[in-house]
Unconditional design. Structure first.
Length: 195
């Protein structure tokens, strides 16, 4: 709880966290990818490839809604960067093309909010910063699913899938991240105690 309060987590997250004794338990049980990504950001997690992989996974689930090849190409470029096949500098063009596809979506026949959110999620996978890409693609994918009435997937089910997928992708990296956070808390606690 102390760590969450120090980093000014939302009150809802702080209250939710009270039921857990360890950071590891919180990570394993967290139902919200938004909170998980916020936590990773606060703990200075910086594996761009894994974060971008998560962003691409979120957007790829929307593939049937992506009727513009530029949106699909943005996801593919993000995946190639995550695998180390192309340089991050090549994302700029993919992001611009994906963003243009998203901006043009309202003028296409059959447009609706779900398609627009899907196009936006796809373009966000190609943002230059992996954390920003992950947070943005996750949020927009959740919106697309919530608005897509024909998809058969609820926003709650999508959120659960994303949380589990993020845990899978981050994998054992979380152990080192949480250990570093604990050490930092101990050092800060020592500094606050009067000599």
């Amino acid at each position: 709880r102390e760590l969450l309060e120090r980093h000014q987590a939302c009150p809802e997250a702080v209250i939710w966290a009270d039921q857990y004794k360890t950071l590891e338990e919180m990570w394993q049980e967290c139902p919200h990818p938004e909170w998980m990504l916020w936590s990773l950001e606060q703990l200075e997690y910086a594996d761009d490839a894994k974060l971008r992989t998560f962003a691409a996974c979120c957007a790829r689930r929307l593939w049937p809604l992506l009727d513009d090849r530029r949106s699909r190409q943005a996801i593919e470029a993000a995946e190639r960067v995550a695998r180390g096949e192309i340089d991050r500098s090549e994302l700029t063009g993919a992001w611009r093309a994906g963003k243009l596809a998203a901006d043009e979506a309202p003028r296409r026949p059959g447009w609706d909010a779900a398609h627009a959110a899907a196009q936006t999620a796809a373009s966000h996978t190609a943002l230059s910063d992996g954390m920003v890409a992950a947070k943005s693609a996750s949020k927009d994918a959740l919106r697309a699913v919530a608005w897509y009435t024909k998809g058969g997937v609820t926003a709650e089910a999508e959120e659960e899938w994303q949380a589990n997928e993020l845990r899978r992708i981050i994998g054992s990296d979380i152990t080192a991240v949480l250990q570093r956070a604990k050490r930092r808390m101990i050092v800060e606690e020592g500094r606050r105690r009067p000599a």
